[in-house]
Design a protein around this ligand. Structure first.
Ligand code: CP
Length: 312
């Protein structure tokens, strides 16, 4: 693993290596204050061409905990606004001594393009590309599930809402399948489901009562209004009535079910505040685990890049 671009095809051994490393950082971390040396002397560039609160900030915190030199480019104030191309931007940052790019982009595939053209020894980590993939979100979701449920092989997991536009759903489905989850359900209106989603091995439901029945984990998704062009957009009230997670709908799940959400939440659209702030929600622990998981990803790709250099 010299770049992290997707969870699709990522072997179970590597998924577990990342989750185990994250657990080690948490166990050794003295409540999040301890520094590690894995990226000492390394230069990490955060390139967020699309807005972010959680991913951008936790990557920055994670890189600092690993003793990296971190630069978070302000894309809105950068020469991208003057028309500089993505690859010209990358070449210029390479000339400043970059060792790693953490990339979020509205265009699916942008991190792949950078990985293809980056100089040898430079790692690329996908922080969310278009509708395609959000691998570190999936990894922190897997960490959260493993933390609360222990084992994937007995679990029923439901992913609910705007599956069509969700890079989180796709990355979660790949990771859950690889980790041995026997029953992955997606619950959504037909208009917010990608054609052929069944080919990923998921069970499709259009009704919350049936889809949530006895599940152990509920992953709610944000309704992505900014990506709705051409798609049928249900009204807020309509969506909430049929697919919004309320305490009444959650009662169909297993009594110990946990509720997750990648954030940002649309309260009153996909989730009721009584659930989002309730005792079954693990939405804020997800964010905290994200720091250790991103530390693990950055440390491992950096070690592997250096290992490759040593072999060359
Ligand atoms: N979950 C997630 O990607 O949130 P941000 O867009 O705030 O990074």
């Amino acid at each position: 693993l010299i770049h992290l671009l997707t969870t699709e095809g990522l072997p179970k051994r590597i998924l577990n290596q990342i989750l185990d490393r994250a657990a080690e950082y948490i166990a050794a971390g003295d409540a999040g204050t301890r520094k590690f040396n894995a990226l000492a002397g390394r230069s990490v560039f955060n390139l967020f061409f699309e807005n972010s609160t959680r991913t951008r900030t936790t990557f920055e915190i994670a890189a600092k905990r690993l003793s990296a030199d971190v630069t978070s480019l302000n894309i809105q104030a950068s020469s991208t606004a003057k028309g500089e191309t993505l690859l010209d931007t990358i070449q210029n940052l390479e000339a400043m001594g970059a060792d790693m790019f953490v990339v979020r982009h509205a265009q699916s595939g942008a991190p792949y393009l950078i990985a293809e053209h980056a100089k040898p020894g430079i790692a690329v980590v996908n922080a969310g590309d278009g509708r395609h993939a959000h691998p570190t979100q999936a990894l922190l979701d897997m960490y959260t599930i493993r933390h609360y449920k222990g084992d994937f092989t007995q679990l029923r997991v439901a992913i609910v809402g705007d599956i069509l536009h969700s890079r989180v759903a796709r990355s979660d489905i790949h990771a859950l399948s690889t980790l041995g989850c026997p029953e992955i359900r997606v619950i959504a209106p037909k208009t917010l489901l990608p054609v052929g989603i069944e080919s990923l091995g998921v069970h499709v439901y259009h009704d919350m009562a049936a889809g949530l029945k006895d599940v152990d984990v509920v992953i709610m998704l944000r309704v992505q209004n900014e990506r709705m062009s051409g798609a049928f957009l249900p009204s807020t009230q309509e969506f909430f009535k049929y697919y919004g997670l309320t305490p009444e709908k959650l009662a169909h799940a297993h009594p110990d079910a946990i509720v997750m959400h990648p954030g940002p939440m649309n309260r009153g659209v996909e989730i009721d505040s009584a659930v989002a702030d309730g005792d079954r929600a693990v939405i804020l622990p997800q964010v905290t685990f994200g720091i250790a998981v991103r530390m693990a990803v950055m440390a491992i790709v950096s070690e592997n890049q250096r290992g490759q250099g040593a072999q060359a």
